[in-house]
Ligand binder design. Structure first.
Ligand SMILES: [Zn+2]
Ligand SMILES: [Zn+2]
Length: 290
């Protein structure tokens, strides 16, 4: 049993010995290569002949044109084109707030696997708490406090004069001497003596994101190891959850999930799996608790 992928479904031989393109400039091949190798016997071919920052940056100079999923798929197709391969993997992350409370910085990672010969797109996802954030600072003490709170120097920082969208930008700050020097320079360039600091969210400079990308890799690997019961294509898995779990008191359909819809991206075969709970808490019922 392999260390990274123990616990995943038994591997089919579908992708054994195959090569898949991965377009990245931020070291994602080192995170995802070993997982796909262990899980599928498939080798990632690293492609970097395209500037992925043209598709959007975390630091807002280039806004992302499409959705996170569309951008990940676009990266996969660009990589396939550049490498001349029929398989590709694209990765796109975003940082927002946690889905439960909306108060904690949260990292959402999406991976899109494209299999051109089978006409398949399979998605892997993971999300977890992020090391992210920003602050306008006016003293070296404030810089040090921000840096310590955001796990600098294991996580890199970005600095700008004055505000979040200033055209002068210092990315990938990774050591205290550079931080001090850049802080002084950015402050001198600021009309108001303020420096805008933020965590560098690029994957190669943010180990917290790296862990979530690996989780998304394992999610994708588990899907690719699950074959459709109807057509034997890889990638059979959760398509969506279906609401309507009946209220335990009066039987009214609630917004709680009653089942998970498993689907095949190749032939459209679907299996509805019931969720373990037989009924919803009346607290979620529109009749009992309007
Ligand atoms: Zn009810
Ligand atoms: Zn199928």
């Amino acid at each position: 049993m392999n260390a990274l992928t123990s616990g995943l479904p038994t591997p089919p031989a579908v992708y054994a010995g195959c090569s898949a393109a991965l377009l990245t400039q931020h070291g994602k091949e080192a995170l995802l290569g070993p997982i796909l190798d262990e899980a599928l016997g498939c080798q990632l071919v690293h492609v970097d002949a395209y500037d992925t920052d043209l598709l959007g940056t975390f630091t807002r100079e280039v806004p992302r044109a499409g959705t996170q999923l569309e951008t990940a798929a676009k990266k996969a197709r660009l990589g396939m084109e550049l490498a001349g391969l029929r398989l590709g993997l694209g990765s796109e992350g975003s940082v927002g707030m946690d889905p439960a409370t909306g108060l904690i910085p949260w990292c959402y990672e999406v991976l899109v696997w494209i299999d051109a010969d089978r006409g398949l797109e399979v998605v892997g996802r993971a999300h977890a708490s992020a090391c992210a954030g920003s602050r306008r600072v006016t003293s070296w003490e404030e810089v040090q406090a921000f840096a310590a709170h955001h796990r600098f120097p294991s996580h890199a920082l970005v600095a700008r004069p004055s505000h979040a969208d200033h055209s002068s930008i210092y990315k990938g700050i990774q050591d205290p001497d550079s931080l001090r020097r850049i802080y002084e320079r950015a402050r001198a360039d600021a009309d108001d003596g303020v420096v805008f600091l933020e965590v560098d969210a690029r994957a190669h400079l943010n180990p917290t994101r790296q862990a979530v990308i690996r989780q998304a890799g394992l999610d994708l690997a588990a899907r690719l190891r699950t074959l459709c019961p109807a057509c034997q294509s890889p990638g059979f898995g959760l398509a969506r959850r279906v609401p309507g779990l009946p209220c335990g008191n009066c039987g009214t359909a609630t917004s709680e999930f009653k089942s998970a819809l498993m689907a095949c991206g190749a032939c459209g075969h679907e299996v509805e799996e019931r969720i373990v709970e037989a009924s919803a808490d009346p607290a979620h019922c529109p009749e009992c608790n309007p």
